[in-house]
Write a protein that binds this ligand. Structure first.
Ligand code: HEC
Ligand code: HEC
Ligand code: HEC
Ligand code: HEC
Ligand code: HEC
Ligand code: HEC
Ligand code: HEC
Ligand code: HEC
Ligand code: HEC
Ligand code: HEC
Length: 304
């Protein structure tokens, strides 16, 4: 932290917003500390972490070992990175050390704005209008600002799933069902499908359920010569993304799934069509094998 810091609001800072990476993407904005606590009014930045360390030795020590300290020292940010970038201008506090903005006293939106000063772009563009903030979940509900760098702790992806389960027990229960996406096997994780920093319905990575699924199962998307309308519409018409007691993540058991939309399928109710109660059969898809759509000229009934 001994670098020639770019000063707040300088034109150089504006330029580096364009030049630097993720943490300084467009939209970076300083928080109004005065709104957090009127006592910040007229306060200026000390810009000297050593002076903070003289009283906060333990915290400063922890911070020195953190990813943020490392990133700041490498000059990876356009804002002046230091204690005060998260804790506000503290010249008055140094002279008269009163508590000014204890983190828990900030609203979740204020906490998030502090972090978004440097992290506003990319995946987090719409965090402020997303379901997590609306549910009183801020950046620091999931991340620790003073943890070691990504590989260890700040929330390495390998640990993400466990952290999600702290709050989402329903998803955990679904993932435990017989048919499930291989999350518990470690081949995928929650953020394979979700952008937890986002704001669309169900915080999905892509704009819709179907687009999210298609990013990995492109062959089910088509276009097909003969489309099956519910597949075009939404994969979730037939599948539970997290897990199901039925095979292939189906949201209803075999023929009951089809029969929830089709009256007896247009067949006469002959035993050979009636696989509903056949224990070894897989019901309708024994014959309707191209259930997601068919490319065959004579496949309008999805039998080839
Ligand atoms: C990237 C943002 C960030 C930076 C940089 C940062 N802090 Fe913090 N600090 C936090 C957050 C968030 C909390 C709330 C507790 C927590 O989540 O760890 C906190 C808590 C604190 C606390 C009160 C709670 C405690 O742990 O005693 C003190 C004092 C403190 N920080 C001092 C400092 C000092 C001194 C520096 C610089 C050496 C610094 N912080 C740098 C984000 C930051
Ligand atoms: C002269 C000693 C001293 C100096 C220098 C000092 N602090 Fe503090 N700081 C304190 C005391 C005392 C408290 C109150 C602790 C409490 O209430 O538990 C405190 C509380 C805090 C807190 C938690 C409550 C709040 O106000 O948000 C933060 C964060 C903090 N200081 C950051 C800083 C930073 C950043 C600097 C450097 C610019 C700094 N301090 C410099 C003594 C100091
Ligand atoms: C619900 C938990 C959660 C919340 C809330 C959350 N994050 Fe994350 N964050 C994650 C997970 C999980 C990852 C790893 C995902 C990945 O790498 O795709 C991550 C990755 C990151 C990364 C590193 C990867 C990248 O995109 O550059 C940054 C930086 C980050 N988050 C910042 C923030 C900030 C700032 C906020 C608040 C505005 C925030 N996060 C809110 C869970 C969360
Ligand atoms: C002064 C700018 C600044 C502020 C304020 C700031 N960060 Fe960062 N942060 C960075 C930089 C620079 C990086 C490294 C580059 C990157 O990954 O985007 C980073 C990386 C991260 C990462 C990636 C993890 C890793 O180890 O690589 C997470 C998560 C993160 N910050 C969370 C937060 C949270 C939470 C807050 C608010 C408490 C916050 N940041 C405040 C500049 C900042
Ligand atoms: C601190 C608790 C907490 C953590 C940790 C957490 N969430 Fe959430 N999440 C919530 C709350 C609260 C909501 C708001 C909606 C609700 O009540 O379900 C939410 C909403 C969501 C939604 C949108 C739900 C909807 O109906 O649109 C998704 C998806 C989600 N979280 C996924 C995740 C993932 C993935 C992780 C792990 C990276 C995670 N969450 C971590 C508390 C949390
Ligand atoms: C294969 C993709 C995928 C994976 C992996 C995944 N989700 Fe989801 N999740 C979805 C889809 C799709 C929806 C929305 C379903 C809908 O709209 O019908 C959803 C919905 C949610 C919701 C909103 C409430 C609900 O159940 O509908 C939460 C919360 C959630 N997921 C959390 C998680 C957590 C936590 C994990 C990791 C254990 C996870 N998801 C893994 C695709 C996925
Ligand atoms: C990140 C990639 C990815 C995404 C996104 C994804 N899947 Fe999967 N899906 C997989 C993997 C990996 C498997 C396991 C394949 C295996 O075991 O060979 C799988 C398996 C399946 C299975 C078969 C399950 C079984 O029990 O055999 C179905 C059905 C399925 N996915 C549907 C969906 C749906 C619907 C969505 C969207 C909500 C979706 N997938 C999104 C990667 C993905
Ligand atoms: C009309 C109901 C229905 C819809 C909608 C649907 N599926 Fe399926 N899906 C099925 C059935 C039934 C099976 C089991 C097929 C079998 O066993 O032959 C299946 C199996 C699968 C499988 C696992 C078997 C394989 O071929 O790998 C994947 C992956 C899959 N579907 C993905 C998707 C995706 C992605 C979407 C959305 C684009 C989607 N499904 C929409 C009914 C549907
Ligand atoms: C969510 C409702 C829904 C589900 C579930 C569903 N379908 Fe369909 N299916 C439709 C619709 C809508 C059409 C288009 C009907 C039309 O064009 O008249 C269709 C068309 C068909 C056709 C072609 C019919 C024709 O007249 O050309 C067949 C065959 C078919 N579905 C079989 C199945 C089978 C087998 C299943 C179970 C694996 C199934 N469907 C599940 C809604 C559904
Ligand atoms: C033994 C094979 C077989 C089984 C099992 C079977 N079907 Fe069919 N299905 C067919 C054939 C072949 C056709 C095309 C008949 C034709 O073109 O006259 C057809 C036609 C249909 C049609 C379109 C009817 C129309 O008016 O054109 C629907 C819908 C349908 N089946 C749904 C189902 C459902 C739902 C099930 C499970 C309850 C099912 N099928 C089980 C072979 C089967």
């Amino acid at each position: 932290m001994r670098h020639a810091w770019l000063r707040w609001g300088s034109s150089l800072a504006a330029l580096s917003l364009l030049l630097l990476g993720a943490a300084t993407a467009a939209g970076a904005q300083q928080i109004s500390w005065e709104k957090v606590n009127a006592a910040f009014k007229g306060a200026t930045f000390v810009n000297d972490d050593k002076s903070c360390a003289s009283c906060h030795e333990e915290v400063a020590h922890k911070f020195d070992a953190s990813g943020h300290s490392e990133y700041f020292a490498a000059g990876k940010t356009a804002l002046r990175g230091g204690c005060e970038s998260c804790h506000g201008p503290r010249n008055k506090h140094v002279d008269d050390p009163q508590p000014l903005a204890p983190w828990p006293s900030l609203t979740k939106a204020q906490q998030s704005s502090v972090c978004l000063q440097c992290h506003a772009g990319g995946a987090r563009m719409t965090f402020m209008t997303g379901a997590h903030l609306a549910g009183e979940v801020s950046c620091t509900s999931c991340h620790s600002a003073k943890a070691p760098r990504r590989a260890d702790a700040v929330l390495a992806r390998a640990r993400a799933t466990e952290s999600c389960y702290r709050c989402h027990s329903a998803a955990k229960a679904q993932m435990a069902k017989t048919s499930h996406h291989p999350v518990r096997e470690g081949r995928m994780d929650c953020v394979s499908c979700h952008n937890v920093h986002g704001s669309n319905a169900s915080l999905l990575k892509a704009a819709t359920v179907t687009e999210t699924c298609s990013s990995c199962h492109a062959e089910k998307r088509g276009p097909f010569l003969w489309e099956h309308a519910p597949v075009r519409e939404n994969c979730a018409n037939c599948h539970d993304a997290h897990g199901s007691a039925n095979r292939k993540l189906l949201n209803k058991k075999e023929a009951f799934l089809c029969l929830s939309c089709h009256t007896y399928g247009g067949h006469i109710n002959l035993p050979r069509y009636n696989r509903t109660s056949n224990p070894s059969g897989e019901g309708c898809v024994n014959c309707h094998i191209t259930i997601h759509g068919s490319q065959h000229p004579s496949g309008p009934k999805f039998t080839r």
